[in-house]
Design a protein around this ligand. Sequence first.
Ligand SMILES: Cc1ncc(COP(=O)(O)O)c(C=O)c1O
Length: 389
Amino acid sequence: MIPSVLPTYSRAPLSFVKGEGSWLIEADGRRFLDLGAGIAVNALGHAHPALVAALTDQAGKLWHVSNLYTIPQQQALADKLVDASFADTVFFTNSGTESCELAVKMARKYWYDKDQPEKTDIITFEGSFHGRSSAGIAAAGSEKMTKGFGPILPGFIHLPWDDMAALEAAITDTVGAILIEPVQGEGGIRPLPDADMKALRTLCDDNDILLILDEVQCGMGRTGRLFAHEWAGITPDIMMVAKGIGGGFPLGAVLATEEAASGMTAGTHGSTYGGNPLACAVGSAVMDIVSDEAFLDGVRARSGHFRQKLEGLVAAHPDIFDSVRGSGLMLGLKCKRTNIDVVKAGYDNLVITVPAADNVIRLLPPLNLSEEEIDEAINRLDRAAQSLT
Ligand SMILES: Cc1ncc(COP(=O)(O)O)c(C=O)c1O
């Protein structure tokens, strides 16, 4: 008999009942150190006092009104995002995949309105993940994501990861946009080198192509800058955000320049929940903390400490781990043993990590975890590795 919850996930036998900062407490009382943060969602850990205050304060006033009306909390958060980024305008969604839907629509509408309706193709890359909606799976293009769900939304050209020659060869008059994660998450924590990110921007400029960045996983302070593309000193035309922006409350956004967004006029897009008062009150509280330079300095310092310790861990367990990769607190350990076994050994030693492609385990802790918690994480990962030897 089919379970009452549609069985689309392979779930670990863990059931958490409480969260405190970087810790998750299981129903049986065990305390797990959370290096997954809901897959880069709980950017400020669990039950952060400022977020709890923002949520409960707003919950006592007004949860939801339709986007038929002006929503001051939405306006406030949009202003903060515009002030802190390349963007001139923001549309709020509830998830990453909805941000993907809009990014694709925005790019196509842009060229349609510019009397170049043939520029519907969007170049994407092997190993990418942009969500589970029809545009998201078509963008990723892998058999794993698309098999059985045809007909697949047309207009995506799939290229190898980080192969600039293949990219240049794929540019034609029908290409309207390039969509890429500055650091691939599900694909195995693969950062695009800064030089290639710069080259991508130049390629787009030279060929009249919009650059869409998917910062759903790598954005909102995760890499030690508010947005990952800042490391390369470039800006996109359109950017997808979600996960960390709500700190655990479902919220996403598409940020864009005025030019790229020019086709999105009244009636061209909408969302019932997107940007409602409750979500935006929480999002604003997250943004106030995460966009602060001193906070981002701290993320960079902690990530340096973490990375150094992880290098030591790899050196101590050469049969289990191959190498460390990533950017900021978006870190990956490439494993020699099957990554699922390493994640399970972590559970047995009360530390949570997340598997990714390329036999990697992901470490995406709350951005505000302490150095002591990092040291404790290393102890637990060390014990997990020992248990596999
Ligand atoms: C880079 C990236 N884009 C898009 C998504 C989809 O986000 P959501 O699951 O909120 O739809 C994810 C989710 O893991 C992601 O990592």
